[in-house]
Write a protein that binds this ligand. Structure first.
Ligand SMILES: [Zn+2]
Length: 405
């Protein structure tokens, strides 16, 4: 099959006017002039998109598809109010509800042109949902626990979960681990999950420096996370005095930061934190619309990029964003960031963060055929970030057409 468009935007190479992509057996075989490809492979079926940009499918670096049915059920504007609603609403969900919610989320991703995802799950339901949806990614198995007396049980359970999923899914969906956040995971649990990750060579994703309250909690053992939140989360009796470190330095002290690590949000990070994350080779998932929804502030995106940190883009879950729309995410990034960088953040940078850049994130021979066609009005393919999800004409993952609009 040859997919031709007004432009081909390979992301890692210059755009090609009137370009085409040759797909065979689910893999990209050639990228170049559409006419030349048609001539050289005259018996191939041709999909021709006259007004569209052909580009890699998006990589959504941070999401929780299992929370999709909590859409509009959790307060906006206050992180602590929101997380209280999340806990309450989650307790109402039954096993079937989680399965349905994850399925809904995976379909929303496909509909939004996402062909690769970094997804955190506590119910493990997102694994099959992503597999069934036909896309790829890493599913990070989440652990939560502030009570050190249960760390061993949590780790035993985590290893069982890893073994259950590790060899399923033809390599399309891989497994990672996710200690939730510094205010829900004890130091010992962070260290234990870090050692599972290095022993089993698994990627790690965690939430870091999302709120000012988190910094107060980690540094001084004060604020809302040290107070009423502990009651709600069920750790009322557990002592915590703070460690006198920023959340980033704290995770480093727990030996959690490495090239295998992705941290989500990184809103309240100092220059020292940013350079620490750079030294450790950590990738960051920027979630601009979720940050706005929760009113947690703006991440220092310009500084993070200038420092040379690999920065991807994530929607977070439908519980904290109005829609899964990567175009809106790209438009919500700091206005100083140029369009080509926005597009890299939504594609190849996410793939790198997940260790999947050999498979996806750009249009290059040898990579999986994860491709979308998007209608754009302007004569500059980088303006594709000004489009919307309704402008997506086709979503192809591994050479299979998953959506046509
Ligand atoms: Zn999250």
């Amino acid at each position: 099959m040859i997919v031709r468009g007004a432009w081909v935007l390979p992301v890692t190479h210059n755009p090609i006017r009137a370009g085409g992509v040759l797909i065979r057996d689910g893999v990209i075989k050639a990228v170049g002039s559409g006419r030349d490809l048609e001539r050289a492979y005259s018996d191939e079926e041709v999909l021709f998109f006259e007004n569209e940009v052909i580009m890699p499918g998006f990589v959504n670096l941070h999401s929780h598809i299992e929370y999709s049915s909590l859409h509009k059920r959790c307060r906006r504007g206050s992180f602590t109010g929101w997380i209280q609603d999340m806990i309450r609403e989650s307790r109402r969900m039954e096993d079937d509800d989680w399965v349905r919610s994850s399925g809904l989320g995976a379909r929303e991703m496909v509909r939004s042109g996402v062909t690769c995802i970094g997804d955190i799950t506590k119910t493990d339901t997102s694994f099959d949902a992503i597999l069934d949806a036909g896309i790829r990614g890493v599913v990070f198995l989440e652990v939560i626990g502030f009570d050190d007396s249960v760390v061993e049980d949590i780790i035993t359970g985590l290893i069982e979960r890893i073994r259950r999923f590790r060899d399923r899914g033809d390599g399309r969906v891989r497994i990672g681990v996710s200690p939730h956040a510094p205010y829900t995971v004890s130091r010992r649990l962070f260290e234990a999950v870090g050692s599972v990750s290095s022993r089993m060579n698994l990627p790690v994703m965690t939430h870091l420096a999302e709120t000012e309250d988190e910094e107060r909690f980690v540094r001084d053992g004060e604020g809302i996370f040290a107070g009423s939140f502990k009651d709600i989360a069920g750790w009322k009796g557990v002592e915590w005095r703070g460690v006198g470190l920023s959340p980033a330095s704290y995770l480093d002290a727990c030996r959690l930061l490495s090239e295998r690590t992705v941290v989500a949000h990184a809103v309240h990070v100092s220059d020292e934190d940013i350079s620490l994350l750079k030294r450790r080779g950590v990738s960051i998932a920027h979630c601009p619309r979720s940050n706005r929804y929760l009113g947690v502030g703006d991440a220092p995106v310009k500084k993070i990029l200038d420092m040379g940190i690999n920065l991807g883009l994530g929607t977070d879950s439908l519980a904290s964003v109005d829609s899964i729309d990567i175009f809106q995410e790209m438009r919500s990034i700091d206005p100083r960031v140029p369009p080509p960088t926005r597009i890299r953040m939504a594609t190849i940078n996410g793939a790198k963060a997940l260790g999947m850049e050999d498979q996806t994130g750009s249009l290059e021979p040898g990579k999986c055929a994860d491709i979308i066609a998007v209608t754009t009005e302007k004569d500059d393919p980088y303006n594709v970030y000004l489009s919307s999800r309704d402008d997506i004409r086709i979503v192809i993952a591994g050479g299979s057409v998953l959506y046509e609009g």
